[in-house]
Write a protein that binds this ligand. Structure first.
Ligand code: ADP
Length: 628
């Protein structure tokens, strides 16, 4: 026996919002239900391509609307995939639109109206115009059908029912008109036909309705007769085949939400047509925000692929390189055969040409966006930049030509995002390098002693705060003839030849002291020496060789890390009072010199954000020296 079940809390909230909505474009309920129907038909149609037991060909698929004025009902019926009892429960008892709903919660004070208008809210929007909704559905491959029924607030019931054909039939019991609002219009065939035209014209399956009209009786001058005949309400001309001039910003954005299930506005749409080597229409969208799984294993890139208006693949991944995997959209080409298999498609020459074209187009549009809509591009980059960087890194730089101009880094010039080209443009003529520093955050990098010096010399620094950044800098190695130089590396030396030789002499003179310090520190450092790179800070660590300190951190955080060690030198500020202190200890108290070495080394590690191996030992040591 069926009993009434309660909606999940979130669903109930949304439902209440629908029932009491004062939204003025309630007509969109039809768009939502038709779009669900079309998705369901798509699913069965796809199946029919590989499973002959579906027993239908493309022409058989339809969406049927009917109106019963006396009963005050509209039905929307499709012969798509259908839903089982469990699916009815899962899909209609619980809200699926978590995207729009969390948006709503964040903006509680805003009107419902915005979210309904911008995003649509799926199936529940039926309750804006209905006092009761009945869904009868039979899933493909199942013998039993189920009926879901709800009057909104009180919950819903599910029970078995009779239904001869696979698919879903939704019956809306239209609300009674009140003084404030009339719902009768939704029972009018002209009104329904115009709503379908407005929102669902491009739906790929015929949306049919029994149309009642009157016509002159054959052979009779002045006699009219009523007739009823099936009429197709939509033109089925796909949106992307329409002229750009006919389409509004809103058309593009509605299509984006409906088709690609992103509730955010896209950053940009790219709608174009190519004729020649390959002939195709493309409608692509660059999202502004990454979906939550974009960087996860389960993310699937790809564009919808159509052959002369007929969908042949939902996610054709060969059309997009991984680093442009965020692009959503579709390609429609007459050059592709309808029945081409996935395997053959991969080797299709046309498809390769199209893919290459698309890559170029996306790149150009991104460059253009960077110029025309800087703010939007920066938002985009914050979401997708990491993917672009990995694009270069993963291919060992072979596709740098496509990607390097799209990169951005935060720079010490105003702590804003900058491109490499902008950095180079700002460089003084005699600056040969692009300086960068690595660390967890820009603020932490600012605290590095080396940063102080670089800034003092007037160099702009790029803050590389993502683990991949430093590897990227090494792979790129240079940009427009300027070398990437890490200010924490041994290459970063700004002193003059005279200064260098003076420092060498000083280090030679104190060789005995440094040997003693090195001995105290053992394997931890490769060398100890004076430096003139530091201003106020007493010490720093410098990496020698290919592996830097930041890389060591990244590599050691990987699952199978081999305990990589950067080769480190401990450098001491030659002008800091500690230098004199060390020299005198070297004369008077070698034991204390060893302890100082330990402490200075630990300080340098702390500055670099490296862990201290034995913190208690260290604090004991510091105290021991303090009480001396
Ligand atoms: P959305 O369409 O965004 O997922 P809805 O609330 O409109 O959200 O629908 C919830 C789910 O119910 C759909 O994802 C789909 O699985 C199922 N559904 C809705 N209408 C139909 C239908 N006509 N045929 C089959 N399944 C449907």
């Amino acid at each position: 026996m069926a009993r009434t079940k309660q909606f999940k809390a979130e669903s109930k909230k949304l439902l209440d919002m629908m029932i009491n909505s004062i939204y003025t474009h309630k007509e969109i309920f039809l768009r939502e239900l038709i779009s669900n129907a079309s998705d369901a038909v798509d699913k069965l149609y796809f199946l029919s391509l590989t499973d002959s037991s579906v027993g239908k060909s493309r022409e058989d698929f339809k969406i049927r609307l009917s109106v019963d004025k006396a009963e005050r009902t509209i039905t929307i019926e499709d012969n798509g995939i259908g839903m089982s009892g469990d699916e009815l429960e899962a899909n209609l008892g619980t809200i699926a639109k978590s995207g729009s709903f969390s948006f709503k919660q964040e903006n509680e004070k805003q009107d419902d109206i915005d979210i309904i208008g911008q995003f649509g809210v799926g199936f529940y929007s039926a309750f804006m115009v209905s006092k009761k909704v009945v869904v009868e559905s039979r899933r493909f491959g199942e013998d039993t059908a189920h009926r879901w029924e709800s009057e909104g607030a009180d919950g819903y019931r599910i029970e078995e029912c009779e239904k001869s054909e696979t698919g879903t039939k939704i019956t809306l019991y239209i609300k009674d008109s009140t003084d404030e609002e009339s719902y009768d219009e939704y029972l009018d065939q002209y009104r329904i036909s115009s709503i379908v035209k407005k929102y669902s014209d491009f739906i790929r399956y015929p949306i049919v309705m029994d149309w009642t009209g009157s016509r002159r009786k054959e052979g009779e001058e002045n006699q009219w007769e009523e007739y009823t005949e099936e009429k197709t309400l939509n033109s089925m001309i796909p949106m992307w085949k329409k002229d750009k001039k006919e389409l509004s910003k809103e058309d593009y954005s509605t299509f984006y939400h409906d088709q690609f299930h992103d509730y955010n506005e896209p950053l940009k749409e790219i709608h174009y047509k190519v004729e020649g080597n390959a002939t195709y229409n493309a409608l692509l969208y660059i999202p502004e925000k990454a979906p939550h799984n974009y960087y996860g294993k389960d993310f699937e890139k790809g564009l919808q692929l159509y052959s002369s208006g007929v969908l042949i693949m939902d996610k054709c991944s060969d059309l997009l390189p991984d680093y442009f995997g965020f692009v959503k959209g579709l390609v429609d080409s007459e050059d592709l055969s309808l029945n081409i298999s996935r395997e053959l498609l991969q080797h299709d020459r046309q498809l390769k040409i199209i893919a290459a074209n698309i890559e170029k187009k996306i790149k150009n549009e991104l460059v253009k966006t960077m110029k025309d809509n800087r703010e939007g591009y920066e938002k985009f980059f914050r979401s997708f930049g990491l993917g672009l960087k990995f694009g270069i890194y993963n291919a060992f730089g072979t596709n740098r030509d496509v990607l390097e101009d799209l990169l951005m880094f935060v720079s010490s010039n105003g702590k804003k995002l900058t491109t490499l080209a902008e950095y180079v443009d700002r460089c003084p003529e005699n600056q040969e390098n692009i300086y960068y520093a690595c660390g967890e955050t820009a603020d932490k990098i600012d605290m590095l002693p080396q940063t102080e010096l670089a800034k003092e010399k007037g160099f702009e620094i790029l803050y590389m705060t993502e683990p991949v950044d430093e590897f990227l800098a090494q792979i790129l190695s240079e940009y427009k003839g300027k070398k990437f130089v890490n200010i924490s590396g041994e290459d970063f030396d700004l002193s003059t030849e005279d200064e260098k030789s003076a420092l060498n002499t000083l280090n030679e003179e104190n060789k005995g002291m440094f040997d003693a310090m090195k001995e105290a520190l053992g394997e931890k450092v490769a060398a100890v020496r004076f430096t003139q790179k530091l201003r106020n800070h007493p010490v720093c660590l410098v990496s020698e060789g290919d592996i830097s300190i930041e890389m060591q951190k990244v590599l050691n955080s990987l699952p199978n890390s081999q305990g990589v060690q950067a080769k480190l030198a401990l450098e001491i500020n030659k002008d800091h009072p500690i230098a004199e202190k060390l020299k005198s200890l070297c004369e008077s108290d070698k034991d204390m010199l060893a302890k100082y070495s330990e402490i200075l080394y630990a300080q340098a590690r702390l500055i670099e954000g490296l862990p201290i191996e034995n913190p208690t030992e260290l604090t004991d040591l510091i105290c021991e020296v303090m009480v001396k």
